[in-house]
Design a protein around this ligand. Structure first.
Ligand SMILES: [Zn+2]
Length: 394
């Protein structure tokens, strides 16, 4: 299974299945995959790895193996092997995987099994110790945004909002800012409310929020404010009540960071107004809105610049498994709230007016930010278009 879809010769023998599953896991870890999918179809049992955000089929196993493979995974994850009709979730102890010389240190592996019409499917999510992108200066942000975020991280109050769809690296950026605060301002009390806690950060009090329990974002946030935190990280603002408490926190001597689903910074600001937050509260609490996306970066081992047009191109190698991409990097745009923008919000503006205002004062959009990475050979134009669509800049 070194590269792609070599056929396996495997019997139903349980020793074979154990070896097969270990092999699939080890290969995934060796390549730094974030997820492994075991997917039954009518004709095959597919094994896929998520590499740098993209699912790739790495193996097509015969259907007859699916039941034994899933059973083996359940045994590893300590799940009920005789229940095939209900979803189950568990953890695979990763020390049972012999990832001896792997360059990636695994910290957690979570298994989820789900019944489908073709049998059970399983997904293993793998968490690594060193996933890169841990610190602000590793994110690939422009100097301007990097400096602005460092300045915001040093403030004693205000709200920093991050926007972007799921999987755009928002919690990665939040984690990097928290690490910066921990290093630069040791002693500050930092609390993070997350659903779920994705990665343990030493020095931060992390609280797991579960939506169907009593410990919801508003409940946890409200009582936390009585614990005298200085820096608060809130996984996501999903509802008006959470938004209101978050804004209040930002106005009363806390630095609060959170995320919102929104396609643009202006959209996020207007969404707060739609949630019933008063314009003057939005304008006085919000320091800035960062909109970001994760894009794949060209493989550093095999990217070459062609003559004479200076065009960058990856030829494919072992490191990137011939995909030409290895690792990821952020593109972003930052809107800081200043006089003009505050006035517009106070006068109940709409999305078009806000975006016009931003354009007029030369706001650097995400698409413009991305051009920097294309010019430096860090990613390609096609990759940018794939992630943010076609824009004037592309
Ligand atoms: Zn390569």
């Amino acid at each position: 299974m070194t590269n792609g879809k070599e056929k396996r010769k495997i019997g139903k023998d349980s020793a074979d299945v154990v070896a097969l599953v270990s092999d699939v896991l080890n290969q995934a870890i060796g390549r730094g995959a974030s997820d492994i999918h075991f997917e039954p179809t009518s004709r095959q049992f597919l094994v896929k790895y998520r590499l740098d955000g993209e699912l790739q089929t790495v193996d097509e196993l015969p259907v007859f193996l699916s039941e034994n493979v899933i059973t083996r995974l359940k045994v590893m994850g300590n799940l009920l092997t005789y229940r095939n009709d209900v979803p189950q979730e568990g953890r695979i102890p990763f020390d049972i995987i012999s990832s001896d010389k792997s360059q990636h240190q695994v910290t957690d592996m979570r298994l989820a099994v789900f019944p489908t019409i073709h049998g059970q499917r399983a997904v293993i999510r793998i968490f690594y110790e060193d996933m890169g992108l841990l610190y602000l200066d590793q994110l690939g942000l422009s100097d301007y945004i990097h400096t602005a975020l460092i300045e915001i991280a040093g403030q004693r109050q205000g709200v920093l909002l991050l926007t972007g769809p799921a999987g755009s690296g928002k919690s990665t950026t939040l984690g990097a800012i928290l690490r910066h605060i921990l290093t630069r301002f040791p002693g500050r009390s930092i609390v993070a409310l997350e659903d779920p806690v994705e990665r343990v950060i030493a020095g931060v009090t992390q609280v797991q929020i579960t939506n169907n329990s009593d410990m919801t974002f508003p409940v946890a946030l409200r009582s936390l404010l009585r614990q005298d935190p200085e820096v608060l990280m809130l996984g996501e603002i999903r509802d008006a009540e959470t938004a209101r408490i978050a804004i209040e926190a930002g106005l009363t001597g806390h630095l609060l960071m959170s995320t919102m689903h929104s396609g643009s910074p202006a959209g996020a600001l207007l969404r707060l107004l739609e949630m019933g937050i008063e314009p003057y509260q939005v304008t006085s609490a919000i320091s800035a809105v960062l909109n970001q996306r994760l894009i794949r970066r060209l493989c550093r081992q095999c990217t070459i610049q062609s003559e004479p047009d200076g065009h960058w191109q990856a030829i494919g190698c072992e490191t990137c498994a011939r995909t030409g991409f290895h690792g990821r990097v952020l593109i972003a745009e930052l809107v800081e709230l200043d006089g003009d923008l505050r006035n517009a919000l106070l006068q109940k503006t709409d999305l078009d007016q806000l975006e016009n205002l931003l354009r007029k004062r030369g706001h650097m959009t995400m698409a413009q930010d991305a051009q920097r990475l294309v010019a430096e050979g860090i990613t390609t134009q096609q990759e940018i278009v794939k992630v943010i669509g076609k824009t004037k800049e592309s």
